[in-house]
Design a protein around this ligand. Sequence first.
Ligand code: FES
Length: 105
Amino acid sequence: MAWVKVAQAGDIPVGGMRRVTVGEDDIALYHLEEGFYATSDTCTHASQSLTEGRLEGHIVACPKHGGKFDVRTGAAVAFPCVYPLQTYPVEVRDGEVWLDYEEYP
Ligand code: FES
């Protein structure tokens, strides 16, 4: 796989997020003021879906134990999360959100 279309940009409002499945992976799409970002949807602490949590600016908060990640870099920024999330390149093309999955098969 390479670039795959995963959403219509207009379907995810600024400040929103959505889980999409590509191949075997659940991926979280985030729509920030500055554009779209994508990470693994699975919290690195205990396998919770992050899109079931809260997005506050560029920080996603896990609903299970309150750990947090910077969705722009995947970095863990609040305990108990210490390991980063996988991130994926994202582009918007003619109103469609595309994600580069090939780099991380
Ligand atoms: S499962 Fe996400 S903080 Fe524990």
